[in-house]
Design a protein around this ligand. Structure first.
Ligand code: TLP
Length: 348
């Protein structure tokens, strides 16, 4: 099977497994796990923030950010197809008691003027704007890189109104790699940032939430409230450190593979690439085949390719560390066979 469902499916490398085995550990709830402490210090440094916190997942990092920034009944401004709005099971409402205000973006980027307009003024009828979230890269926009200038302009609007900004940077290192921008450059335009260790970087578990010392102190308490205070978490932090020190530089390879895969898919009759492939995500429209995305995903599985449905007629393919160059051409061939089989079936 060639698994292109997500970059979350990568397995830890031998080096990561060894590091897990040998990790020096302690009780992290007491702040005594030296491996966790090193990971948090290193992550804060590369993100240009004062402090960082190891959390269980990207979702937990985003949720802790919202919980720490906001009070119940406030409003959070989000891009209309952002992960926090689209894929986190309504958690911001369930946990933080906030309401969402969504703005449709252009390739994942919200218009700064629209964000400014959405920030609430003082009025007895209005909720207060508690937070603005930016997602980079933007998953549902097909791994689009949100431009640095767009982030700067939103941050300036937000700062003028004293509203904090959070980056859902599950794939911020992909953005940094594709745009040739240091990740700190992005992080400077937000009060807090969440980055995933377990996507393109290949660690088995974990995300980092970074911000000011004061913010991370409060976030640590929210993590505990959510049951995310882990004990000998050094076994998770050790591969996380390898992810941050050794796996960032190779993301360009995934992007190269994604462009190759997209080119191959583009030549298959009945399939159409609908995103500009900035990073490691490819979105293909399968509607010309006269079937749904779920049906196509099933046929692909029969050919040894795993992909994900992305709405009724779109299918998502994600390249990652565990898909090597030879498998890209193999995947193109198999996707072609799947499409040809369907076309054969339809024309009789
Ligand atoms: N995205 C997953 C699925 O949840 C859709 C994927 O396969 O792409 N922010 C962004 C932008 C994400 O893409 C994801 C995961 C998360 C947050 C949540 O991370 P986890 O899965 O660690 O909770």
């Amino acid at each position: 099977m060639i698994d292109l469902r997500s970059d979350t499916v990568t397995k830890p490398t031998e080096e990561m497994r060894e590091a897990m085995y040998n990790a020096e550990v302690g009780d992290d709830v007491y702040g005594e796990d030296v491996t966790v402490n090193s990971l948090e210090e290193y992550a804060a440094d590369i993100l240009g923030k004062e402090a960082a916190l190891l959390v269980t997942s990207g979702t937990q990092g985003n949720q802790i950010a919202v919980l720490t920034h906001c009070r119940p009944a406030q409003e959070v401004i989000l891009e209309a197809e952002s992960h926090i709005f689209f894929y986190e099971s309504g958690a911001v409402s369930a946990l933080a008691g906030v309401q969402t205000r969504i703005i449709a973006g252009n390739r994942g980027a919200m218009n700064p003027a629209a964000v400014r307009e959405a920030i609430r003024g003082v009025d007895i009828h209005y909720p207060e704007t508690g937070l603005i979230c930016i997602e980079n890269t933007h998953n549902r926009a097909g791994g689009a890189v949100v431009p640095l200038a767009n982030m700067r302009d939103i941050y300036m609007e937000a700062s003028a109104e004293d509203v904090p900004v959070h980056i859902d940077g599950a794939r911020l290192f992909n953005a940094a790699s594709a745009a040739g921008v240091d990740v700190r450059e992005y992080a400077q335009y937000a009060n807090t940032v969440q980055v995933c260790l377990s996507k393109g970087l290949g660690a088995p578990i974990g995300s980092i939430l970074a911000g000011s010392k004061e913010f991370i102190h409060a976030a640590r308490k929210w993590r505990k409230r959510l049951g995310g205070g882990m004990r000998q978490a050094g076994v998770i932090a050790a591969p996380g450190l390898i992810a941050l020190t050794k796996m960032r530089d190779r993301l360009a390879e995934d992007h190269h593979h994604a462009r190759e895969l997209a080119q191959g898919i583009q030549n298959i009759e009945g399939l159409k690439i609908v995103n500009h492939v900035d990073t490691n995500i490819i979105v293909a429209d399968v509607s010309s085949l006269g079937i749904t995305s779920a049906e196509f995903v099933d046929v692909l599985k029969g050919e040894g390719i795993l992909a994900g449905g992305f709405g009724p007629s779109y299918v998502r393919f994600v390249t990652h560390f565990d898909v090597k160059a030879a498998q890209i051409s193999e995947a193109v061939g198999k996707i072609g066979i799947a499409a040809a089989k369907i076309k054969g079936k339809i024309t009789g």
